[in-house]
Design a protein around this ligand. Structure first.
Ligand code: TGC
Ligand code: FAD
Length: 415
């Protein structure tokens, strides 16, 4: 069994404590021994290796950065290194852990009642219970604030109507954290598998994240007990606060994917001989590609290390996470492309991990906020001007400043 030696051009390891290195190496070994031998087959069969969930639970990797309920309370660097190593195995494995930890356990621990925590956290931590996070809808991806899913209070119940799409683990989850519009703004709800009026189905035909289950959720007069609202949720901000946690993991995860592609390309280039008995690694054009990859990976490492520092200090802002997610996933995407070129025809074969990472990264580039949406978050932070909505004409802007704006817009007034 080949052991992954790590990618460390500028002695990044010197910044890590002995404990952080130990945690990283434990997960690295798990990935080499338990993920790598099965992952290409899972990818071929479009099968999520859910059998790994209890093993991940036994390694305390679900909710690893929380402290309640005996959870290990890993520091932010150690937690990031866990995500890095898991995503080196496959983005779907990192997704399995980050959805469960950051998108399900975090909102329950942060916004939930004591009863909800007692009921769900131990099962989720052990990997014997699976959770999912339903925010995206068929018509609302980048703009979840406009969601249509509704929850209406009726006696001792909440009644949900609507649909969610592209939900990681959606069709296998025991409990779904679902965001819905109420008379009191957007709130989070816990919807349990088997609840009448709640149906989930697997989405097929994905050419990316094939080793991860993606599902759609539908709610038709689905009645859930009033105690299943997450009482601390207040508007879309609670969902976005939750997303920050998962995006933080992806910032590190992207580096794991990039490292695997870089390492594979370097080894291949050293061994593959073309023209006059020389390895392709001896050619300047190949070296330039490797130099680009290792430079960007190294810059990405120092970027996330600083992000971890801000998170630990409590000064991490959403735009910091956006910069790191946007940059490191883009680096991973470019590294996958360059590695694939270096591998020639072998670059499109699943005998090597590169093409799987190349396909996976398209999802990672899109989910948890697309590359461009994160660019706009950074743009809004530096200019003070949010530009998510298309600019209005001067006339629309004038009308928006008056009370007659809705009527004028409804009447078709425009540029
Ligand atoms: P906006 O008006 O800007 O903000 C509304 C309120 O929320 C606050 N806020 C945040 N709070 C914490 N963290 C953040 N990142 C926040 N961003 C905004 C904001 O301060 C405001 O608070 P208040 O008190 O003033 O009301 O909201 P907007 O509706 O204009 O949205 C902005 C935008 C476009 C950035 C946001 O909608 C966005 O991030 N869109 C991307 C959607 C997204 O990322 N979806 C992910 C779905 S889950 C997923 O993909 C899981 S994949 C998992 C896997 O398999 O790994
Ligand atoms: P759209 O929002 O329709 O965007 C399409 C394009 O338009 C993008 O390029 C985007 O950048 C661009 N665009 C949109 N608005 C603007 C703008 N204002 N300015 C400039 N460009 C813009 N969601 C969940 O809730 N839970 C999950 O567990 C989950 N898991 C997922 C798993 C996978 C494999 C995938 C692929 C997606 C998952 N998602 C999940 C959904 C994901 O978060 C959304 O796909 C993502 O937020 C983008 O939404 P969209 O696909 O509807 O694209």
């Amino acid at each position: 069994m080949e052991r992954f030696p790590g990618v460390d051009f500028m002695n990044f390891d010197s910044l890590l404590s002995g404990e952080e290195r130990l945690i990283r190496d434990t997960v690295r070994q798990f990935v080499d021994e338990r993920v790598k031998p099965i992952i290409e087959q899972c990818h071929r069969e479009a099968r999520s290796p859910m059998e790994l969930a209890p093993e991940l639970g036994d390694l305390n990797l679900f909710g690893a950065n929380f402290t309640e309920y005996g959870l290990p309370g890993l520091g932010d660097v150690a937690y990031g290194l866990v995500m890095q190593e898991l995503e080196r195995g496959d983005s779907g494995i990192r997704s399995m852990v980050s959805v469960q930890s950051s998108l399900v356990m975090y909102p329950i621990l942060t916004f939930g009642s004591r009863e909800q925590k007692d009921r769900f956290i131990p099962g989720l931590a052990s990997g014997r219970m699976i959770g999912c996070f339903g925010l995206t809808e068929p018509d609302f991806g980048s703009n979840p604030s406009a969601m249509r899913t509704r929850a209406r209070r009726d006696g001792d119940c909440w009644v949900l109507n609507g649909a969610k799409q592209w939900i990681t683990n959606g069709s296998v989850a025991d409990v779904a954290v679902v965001w819905a519009r109420t008379d009191d703004g957007i709130r989070g709800f816990l919807v349990e598998k088997g609840t009448e009026g709640f149906v989930s189905a697997e989405q097929h035909g994905k050419f990316s994240l094939r080793a991860s289950v993606t599902g759609e959720l539908s709610f038709q007069n689905c009645r859930i007990p009033k105690g299943n609202i997450l009482p601390g949720t207040r508007g879309i901000g609670s969902a976005l606060q939750t997303l920050n946690q998962a995006r933080y993991g992806i910032c590190w995860g992207g580096l794991g994917s990039a490292m695997e592609c870089y390492h594979t390309a370097l080894e291949y280039a050293r061994q593959r001989v073309q023209f006059a008995g020389q390895p392709i690694a001896s050619h300047q054009l190949v070296q330039e590609k490797l130099a680009w990859m290792i430079t960007e990976i190294t810059k990405g490492q120092f970027l996330v290390y600083q992000l971890a520092g801000l998170k630990t200090a409590g000064t991490m802002e959403p735009q910091h996470v956006s910069m790191c997610k946007r940059n490191n996933v883009w680096v991973a995407r470019e590294c996958a492309k360059l590695a694939r070129e270096i591998l020639g025809a072998n670059g499109i074969s699943d005998e090597y991990p590169v093409v799987r990472h190349m396909l996976n990264i398209e999802s990672v580039y899109t989910y948890e906020g697309t590359h461009d949406i994160h660019g706009l978050v950074i743009g809004a932070a530096v200019t003070g001007i949010p530009s998510f909505n298309p600019p209005m004409s001067r006339r629309q802007a004038r009308e928006a400043a008056t009370d007659s704006a809705p009527a004028a817009v409804a009447a078709g007034a425009g540029s």
